[in-house]
Design a protein around this ligand. Structure first.
Ligand SMILES: [Zn+2]
Length: 427
């Protein structure tokens, strides 16, 4: 099955960068008017209309593929699927359960007691809602950390999103649950044909003792897995780890050997220069969660400093209980505004950089750089189409990349394909 979107604004995320601008004149800019085609789960054509193109132009492609579905791209924009690199998808169940309180109070008094009552069936129900919310808003990959990931894996398989599932663990009896959940999650992932991968999910430095970390890392090594952890989310966390181990959470996790695994670290807010150097040296991705951080008043991650230091920074919504949605368009805009506000400098974190955090950097974070997060020949066909005819898009041709970050709404998404298969068709 071949699909072609013809005559759209294409934002491939492969070229250009800060200040490159877009002229609509051809490939090599941040955007151009052209076409994207895929066969099965692979992109086979990306090129500007009216000549050029990787395989000699779109008309030749259509002539050579009379069986392809051709979608009129006029008034639409095509971009890589968004990669939400930190969420707890089943926490849709606890959306608005307790708001406007600090993290530790929120966790201790509401979230952890509620989570203790959740069955795998509850978690599957919450996951289904969250996955549908994400697909509808253009997110084609999610990185999830939670309990009973095997139950979430089954829903991922049915709903057709791409996912990195990270069974969570903390000290105490939850460790045994993790040791049971991990092989079950791996088994479902195996059946999903590459759409699901698995990592271990040590909750955080303050909830995982050296012995707990050792057991988790040992299992990761046995199965060849990466890791996904919460890092330096609050000042409380810094103080607890300092008192217990005499070091920063980053140093603690490094000393346990966690960063010898491919690791992504959510939040990454209260980092010293030494911590940033550790993350850079170990190739750890920092996952920025601006809305959750702002809502819980946790602080603002040093995103600009991290990027300048050469750390990969991706973007995530966190769970719906602390956001309170799973909307990556919202998250992009917040990331840009928060960075400018914090730095008192409107030139930091320009739109293209933020879009890259939500696409190509997200792919990089999960070890799929070049395969995902870009529209390029040979990349996986995780494709999103956006309606650009709404009044808030006018005039779209000024700068579609800026519009995606500063003006677009997730409800503008009108087409979503994961692995080449349609998951949303509103056209
Ligand atoms: Zn989280």
């Amino acid at each position: 099955m071949k699909t072609l979107i013809k005559g759209a604004v294409v934002v491939p995320m492969t070229e250009g960068g800060q200040g490159a601008g877009g002229t609509g004149s051809g490939a090599g800019e941040t955007w151009f008017v052209g076409s994207v085609a895929w066969e099965g789960n692979k992109i086979v054509y990306v090129g500007p209309d009216g000549g050029g193109g990787a395989e000699g132009g779109v008309d030749e492609f259509i002539a050579a593929n009379p069986d392809a579905e051709v979608i009129d791209g006029r008034g639409r924009l095509v971009m890589p699927g968004l990669v939400n690199t930190h969420t707890h998808v089943a926490m849709t169940l606890m959306r608005n359960a307790m708001d406007d309180v600090p993290l530790m109070k929120w966790l201790n008094e509401k979230i952890w007691p509620l989570e203790a009552t959740l069955t795998p069936d509850d978690i599957a129900r919450g996951a289904r809602v969250g996955i549908e919310e994400m697909l509808a808003g253009g997110t084609t990959t999610m990185v999830d950390m939670y309990w009973h990931e095997a139950a979430i894996a089954k829903v991922v398989k049915e709903e057709g999103i791409r996912a990195v599932l990270c069974p969570c663990f903390v000290d105490g009896e939850k460790m045994a649950d993790f040791e049971a959940d991990l092989p079950e999650t791996l088994a479902v992932a195996e059946e999903a044909g590459g759409r699901i991968t698995v990592r271990i999910g040590p909750h955080a430095a303050y909830t995982c003792s050296p012995e707990t970390m050792r057991r988790g890392i040992e299992l990761a090594r046995k199965h060849g897995l990466g890791a996904h952890v919460h890092l330096s989310e609050t000042q409380d966390e810094q103080a607890i780890v300092k008192e217990r181990y005499g070091c920063t959470p980053t140093e603690y996790l490094r000393d346990q050997g966690l960063f010898e695994l491919p690791t992504m670290a959510a939040h990454s807010i209260h980092l010293s220069d030494g911590d940033i150097e550790i993350l850079r040296g170990a190739g750890v991705t920092a996952v920025h969660n601006p809305q959750s951080n702002m809502k819980l008043a946790s602080g603002a991650a040093p995103v600009v400093k991290l990027l300048e230091a050469g750390v990969n920074v991706s973007l995530g919504t966190d769970g719906a209980a602390s956001n309170n949605d799973l909307d990556m368009f919202d998250e992009m805009r917040t990331a840009a505004l928060l960075a400018k506000h914090t730095a008192a400098d409107p030139s930091v974190l320009p739109a293209w950089e933020v879009l890259r955090m939500a696409t190509a950097n997200g792919a990089e974070a999960i070890g799929m750089g070049g395969e995902l997060g870009v529209l390029a020949q040979g990349a996986l066909a995780d494709v999103v189409m956006v309606d650009v005819t709404g009044p808030h898009w006018f005039p779209a041709e000024n700068d579609p990349v800026s519009a995606l970050v500063y003006s677009a709404k997730s409800s503008d998404v009108c087409g979503v394909w994961v692995d080449g298969e349609a998951r949303l068709r509103k056209f």
